[in-house]
Design a protein around this ligand. Structure first.
Ligand SMILES: [Zn+2]
Ligand SMILES: [Zn+2]
Length: 340
């Protein structure tokens, strides 16, 4: 059997080529990949900002769903034919972060799809301990959103959100929308903002309150002179982090989710004056995956509506172009099965 895969070959270019399936060793499982989501991190990879971590040619992808095709001899908790998703993090278990119980932000973390071969191939062989089972009734298409939903679960957990709180979300891409939907599901009042009008329109269509401008007024309308309880900064932009502190109540929480590749100014006088909490939130822990899978099985969030297109592997370049164009594309899934 000759498999195929989607590779990053450097200088902004992706290539679809053969990717032979690998049989699992003792503790591994081979998965027939159904769908792979393309996200902002993949765009960063293809833009070359992570070239120092990549071995060329690099199989991309870390958001996926699939079905088990082979099980290593030492694996007893998984069977051929089961639907699964992969939590694409491999920790060293020895560094200070791992020893403190923060394995998901291991100081020598291997992120599959950047530091090691990713999911964008017809068959992916991974250690069994990073697999999570998906209930049979969940479609493989929806299951491909478990990874970004697990990010949202982690972010909301870091915020220690309480029902009835007022939340502001900067950024209406997939993660910002998932955080907004999850916070609303948990009983929060949510305001979401973005500079992209198409994304705000989608947010509105999902039942969220989308605020194109005048965020301070919107927060005041909901909370009077109190301020928002939580701000999630998901945009990675300088204006957002500059505005975020001004919207928070005393002892409010600012959760930094977006990737700020350069240092951006933060109003530390405001952090001091209102005794704000500044929290980082990165990837997810195993329990965030469990929670995301449970939410997907309960079918309580409009996950499918975040998928703006599904493309075959052969159209990989076009998928990246769609996302880079800054139009209405939110979540693009690549289908690895040419018959689908
Ligand atoms: Zn991602
Ligand atoms: Zn470690």
């Amino acid at each position: 059997m000759t498999g195929r895969g989607g590779f990053y070959i450097g200088e902004g270019r992706v290539l679809v080529d053969t990717a032979p399936p690998r049989l699992p060793t003792e503790d591994e499982v081979q998965v027939e990949v159904a769908f792979v989501g393309i996200c902002g991190t993949d765009l960063h990879v293809v833009h070359g900002t992570m070239d120092h971590r990549v071995t060329f040619p690099q199989l991309l992808g870390h958001e996926m769903s699939g079905t088990i095709t082979e099980v290593g001899a030492g694996v007893d908790d998984f069977e051929v034919g089961e639907k699964v998703v992969v939590r694409p993090l491999i920790s060293c278990n020895e560094c200070p972060a791992c020893l403190a119980g923060h394995r998901h932000i291991c100081q020598r973390l291997v992120f599959l799809g950047i530091d090691a071969p990713g999911a964008l191939q017809t068959h992916w062989t991974v250690p069994a301990h990073i697999l999570h089972k998906v209930p049979a009734e969940v479609s493989l298409r929806t299951a491909a959103l478990v990874e970004p939903l697990a990010v949202a679960c982690h972010d909301v957990a870091r915020a220690e959100l309480v029902p009835g709180e007022t939340v502001v979300v900067f950024g209406a891409g997939p993660i910002g929308l998932l955080i907004s939907l999850l916070a609303q599901h948990r009983g929060a009042r949510v305001l979401v903002t973005d500079v992209n009008a198409a994304r705000l329109e989608l947010a509105q269509g999902l039942g969220l309150e989308a605020v194109p401008e005048g965020l301070a007024g919107a927060v005041e309308r909901l909370t009077g002179e109190t301020g928002a309880d939580v701000v999630f900064e998901v945009s990675g932009s300088a204006p957002a982090i500059a505005d975020a502190t001004g919207l928070l109540r005393t002892r409010g929480r600012l959760v930094v989710v977006g990737i700020h590749s350069e240092p951006h100014p933060v109003d530390l006088l405001r952090v001091f004056w209102r005794e704000l909490h500044l929290l980082g939130a990165r990837v997810y822990e195993p329990q965030d995956f469990d929670e995301a899978i449970a939410l997907t099985a309960e079918d309580v969030l409009p996950l499918d509506r975040l998928v703006t297109s599904v493309v075959p592997l052969d159209d990989l370049s076009e998928a990246f172009d769609q996302l880079q164009s800054g139009g209405g594309a939110v979540k693009v899934l690549v289908s690895l099965d040419s018959t689908r």
